[in-house]
Design a protein around this ligand. Structure first.
Ligand code: TRP
Length: 442
C-alpha cells in the first residue's frame, strides 16, 4: 500500500516537473501574439495537429532517450550514437543557452510588471496609457537589464542551490491557483464589450491566410511550448523512476500544454480587441492588454500583482529546465561542481541577453536579416534550432537506439505502435525537413 503511494507520488512528480518546463511564458506571452499574427483559427488547428501528433511522439522519444541513457542530452547522444551524434547534442546545449538569453528578458518584464502592480502604478491610468507605458519601459536601458539580471539570478539560485524539489512543491499548489485565476480573468475578459471580435480572430478558421510561414510558425511554437528540441525532456527523462511510464506521462504533458495555450489565447486576445490595442504589437501584446483587464477589476492592483507573481513562477519552472540542460552538460563534461556549472553559464547567458534586451531601445537599429536581435534570436531558435534538435532526437531514437528504447516506450506492456515508429523515424523528420526548407526558401 505504502509503496504504491510512493510510486504514484514520483509519477506525479515527474509529470509536474515536465509540465512545469512546458507551461511558461510560451502559453501566456508567446502563444497569443504568434497565433494572432498568423491568422488565428487556421493557425490554432495546425498548432493542435502538430502538437498532438508529432509533438507527442517526439516528446516520448526525448524522454525515452534520457530514461534509457540516464544522462543529459550531450551524454545521451554520445553514449547512444557516438561522436557525430554528440555534436548534435552539443548544439542542443548551446541552443538552450540561446533560448534562455531572450526568455529571461521577458521573465524580467514579468517581474517588473509585478513590481509596478504592487506599487499601484498599473491602475488609475487612462486607456491610452498602457501602450506607451510598455514601450517606454522596454526601450529603456537600465531597468529592463536589472530585471533581466534578477530573473537569471533567481533561476541560478534554484538550479545551483538544488532547491528544484522545493519549487516543484510550490508549483504544485501555485500552478492550479494560476489556472483558477486565469479562468476568472477569462470570465471577466469575455464580458467586455468588443471582446467577441478577439474570439472570432482566435477561433475562426480561414485557410486562405495559411502560408509556408504559418506552418513553420506553428511547428516552432509547438516545439517551444513542449520544451522540445533542446534536450530538456531528455535531461528530465534521465531522472525518471522505474515505475513511471513514458507514453502516459508524455500524454499528460501534451494535454496540459495544449489546454494552457488555448487558455492563454482566450485570455489575451479578446482583451486586445476589447481595448483596441494594435494587434501587431507582437511581443508586447500580453503586457499591454493584461494590465487594462486588471484596471477593470475591483482590487485590480492586487490581482495584477498576483497574476504576474504566478506567471513568474511558471516562467521560472521553465527557465530552470533550460539552465539545467547547460549545467548538467558542464558537470558531466568538465567535471565541475554544480555551483560552478551553473554560475559560469548563467553569467554568460546574462551577457548574451543584453543585446536582446537593448534591441527594444538603443540597439533597435541593429538588424540581422531585417529583424531586431530579440526577434532574430527567437526566430533562429524556435523556427530552426528546435525543429532540427527534435529531428535529431527522433532519428537517433528510431534508427539507432530503437531496440533499446522498447521497454521505455511500452504502454501497459505493449510495444510502441508501428505508427509511432513511422512518425518518429520517417514522416516526422521528413515533414520537419520540408517545412524548414519551405520556410528558408521563402
Ligand atoms: N516551454 C517553455 C514555455 O513555453 C519554454 C521552454 C522551457 C523551452 N524549456 C524549453 C522552449 C526548451 C524550448 C526548448 O514557456
Amino acid at each position: 500500500m505504502s509503496t504504491q503511494r510512493t510510486s504514484w507520488g514520483s509519477r506525479l512528480g515527474f509529470i509536474l516537473t515536465a509540465a512545469g518546463s512546458a507551461v511558461g511564458l510560451g502559453c501566456v506571452w508567446k502563444f497569443p501574439y504568434v497565433a494572432l499574427n498568423n491568422g488565428g483559427g487556421a493557425f490554432l488547428l495546425i498548432f493542435l495537429a502538430i502538437t498532438g501528433t508529432l509533438g507527442y511522439v517526439l516528446l516520448q522519444m526525448e524522454m525515452a532517450l534520457g530514461r534509457h541513457a540516464g544522462a543529459g542530452v550531450y551524454g545521451t547522444f554520445r553514449q547512444l550514437g557516438g561522436r557525430y551524434w554528440a555534436a548534435a547534442g552539443a548544439m542542443a546545449v548551446l541552443a538552450a543557452a540561446l533560448v534562455l538569453s531572450f526568455y529571461s528578458v521577458v521573465g524580467g518584464w514579468t517581474i517588473a510588471y509585478g513590481v509596478k502592480a504592487a506599487l499601484g502604478q498599473l491602475t488609475n491610468l487612462p486607456p491610452g496609457a498602457f501602450e506607451p507605458l510598455f514601450a517606454n519601459f522596454i526601450s529603456a536601458t537600465g531597468a529592463p537589464l536589472l530585471y533581466h539580471s534578477v530573473f537569471i539570478a533567481l533561476s541560478l539560485y534554484i538550479v545551483a542551490g538544488g532547491v528544484q524539489q522545493g519549487i516543484e512543491k510550490v508549483s504544485k499548489y501555485l500552478m492550479p491557483l494560476l489556472l483558477m485565476l486565469v479562468l476568472v480573468l477569462i470570465g471577466r475578459v469575455l464580458t467586455l464589450p468588443g471582446a467577441v471580435e478577439g474570439l472570432r480572430q482566435f477561433l475562426q478558421v480561414d485557410f486562405s491566410r495559411v502560408t509556408g510561414q504559418t506552418i513553420i510558425a506553428a511547428l516552432g511554437l509547438s516545439f517551444f511550448s513542449l520544451s522540445l528540441g533542446l534536450g530538456v525532456m531528455t535531461t528530465y527523462g534521465s531522472y525518471m523512476g522505474e515505475d513511471t511510464a513514458v507514453p502516459g506521462s508524455a500524454l499528460w504533458v501534451v494535454l496540459i500544454t495544449i489546454a494552457s495555450s488555448v487558455l492563454g489565447g482566450l485570455l489575451v486576445l479578446p482583451a486586445v480587441f476589447a481595448f483596441d490595442i494594435n494587434p501587431g504589437a507582437g511581443p508586447g501584446l500580453t503586457f499591454i492588454s493584461m494590465p487594462q483587464v486588471f484596471a477593470h477589476l475591483p482590487a485590480g492592483s492586487f490581482f495584477a500583482c498576483l497574476f504576474f507573481a504566478l506567471l513568474l513562477i511558471a516562467a521560472l519552472t521553465s527557465s530552470v529546465s533550460l539552465l539545467e540542460v547547460v549545467a548538467s552538460f558542464c558537470m558531466d563534461q568538465f567535471g565541475w561542481s554544480r555551483g560552478r556549472a551553473t554560475i559560469v553559464p548563467a553569467v554568460l547567458i546574462l551577457l548574451a541577453g543584453i543585446p536582446a534586451s537593448l534591441s527594444f531601445g538603443v540597439l533597435a537599429r541593429w538588424r540581422i536579416g531585417g529583424k531586431t536581435v530579440f526577434d532574430a534570436l527567437d526566430f533562429l531558435t524556435s523556427n530552426l534550432l528546435l525543429p532540427l534538435g527534435g529531428m535529431a532526437s527522433a532519428l537517433l531514437a528510431s534508427w539507432v537506439a530503437w531496440r533499446a528504447l522498447q521497454p521505455h516506450l511500452a504502454r501497459n506492456g505493449r510495444p510502441p505502435s508501428a505508427a509511432t515508429r513511422l512518425l518518429a523515424g520517417v514522416v516526422g523528420p521528413l515533414l520537419i525537413g520540408v517545412i524548414l526548407w519551405q520556410g528558408l526558401v521563402s
